[in-house]
Design a protein around this ligand. Sequence first.
Ligand SMILES: [Zn+2]
Length: 289
Amino acid sequence: MQTKYKQIRFLFFTLLLIISQTTLAKINIVAAENFYGDIAQTLGGDYVTVTSILNNPQQDPHLFSTSPSVAKNVAHADIVIYNGKHYEDWMPRLLSVPGKKKHREIIVVADLTNTQANDNPHIWYDPNTMWLYAQKLTAILIALDPDHKADYLLQLSALEKKQQAFMAYLTKIKPRLKGQPVAATEPVFNYMADALGLSMQAKAFQWSVENDGTPSPSAMREMLAAIQQRKIRALIYNQQVSDPMMTNLIETAKQHDVPVIAVTETQPKGMDYYTWMRTQLEALVAANS
Ligand SMILES: [Zn+2]
């Protein structure tokens, strides 16, 4: 009688353990960048846990190097999301090591966009990128966890409303910005600038900074002339990069009453993607009115 009771009790707890693991196990998502991770958390809700690797707007993401804890996170992920276009070459390297899970889904966001011909990796400044990524991720979440399909679709449609509101805002501000000459210290904002029809000046500067770290003398002369002769309506700079040359350039712009607009590569704390983008755009609109 005693042993039978123990056996039943053992079976009961084993069953309970299996049930709790199947119902409570969350989908483990690792995103290389926090804006992709934030959207993943929004879309996955209670059914996912999300780790974002690049999440500090005070650090230059181009200088990031990986650590054992990052490698461990990636190894245990069910879904890995990264930007691609050589923005984070450490990620394909980490992914070349087999994962711990039976199956690991990988989203390379750049592959979802039509930016293939463009070397500029900052594709999240293209207003279409987030929505393409959101749809892809939702399809994967539903495939991995079909029981919660209705919830995933509900979250996606809530996000679609934000996307539509954002696109409507861009349509509203475009007539004001179209054709306006601006310059940028780096190509971070360029996809958005193109979407708005801004006329980007002194482009040699940003590409020589992107490729070599410092502008060539002729690129520097062209940029200084654009600022000093006030040929531009705003100077857009990357707040995440700090060096004396950039600080000097920003000072020069201020001295010549050229509005200076800060943008970041990484999503700031306390903002979602759409608020982040909108805040930066509002500053640009204010500079052009
Ligand atoms: Zn960058």
